[in-house]
Design a protein around this ligand. Sequence first.
Ligand SMILES: [Zn+2]
Ligand SMILES: [Zn+2]
Length: 172
Amino acid sequence: MRHKCTVCNNEFELAEDTLPFCPACIKAKMKHPKGLSPKHTSGTAPLNASYIADGVDPEVIYDYMAGGAHPGPSGCKVFYSTKHKSFNAVSHMPLGQIPGSGNFNGKPQANQFAVWVDIDGKSAQGPHLMFEDETHLNNRVRTSEWVPAPKCANCCKVVVRTKGDICLNCKK
Ligand SMILES: [Zn+2]
Ligand SMILES: [Zn+2]
């Protein structure tokens, strides 16, 4: 369902697999260019960086996860970080299978998931891109460092900030 943001007037799609908040407002809070930190940028990344974003287009990945116009199943899964008290959106499919991934087909990096960390933008970096392999991601979930974000009390599909809340789609 489409909504008009009460903060910035942007129109955005809200569904089960989209980012749960206005994508334009999230973008406005990014402190790094396009949300990509030097840690993940080719040339400035440290040796042990989880992913060096050579060829990656953070904007394309963002639009894909936000629910922009694109073919096929899209989107993200949202977790709440109990450690950082923030919402993090993980791409539905690993990088090799989503737009904006760069040319990593067949390389290990292609198996990593794109993660938008801190989509509320409360941290010093604001919302920013990170990359996680499946094992590490599962570990975070297993240890409850990351827990699935609460879902709307009515439709049980759309992510809400607080358990018991009703999503915009269900509000009359
Ligand atoms: Zn907005
Ligand atoms: Zn709902």
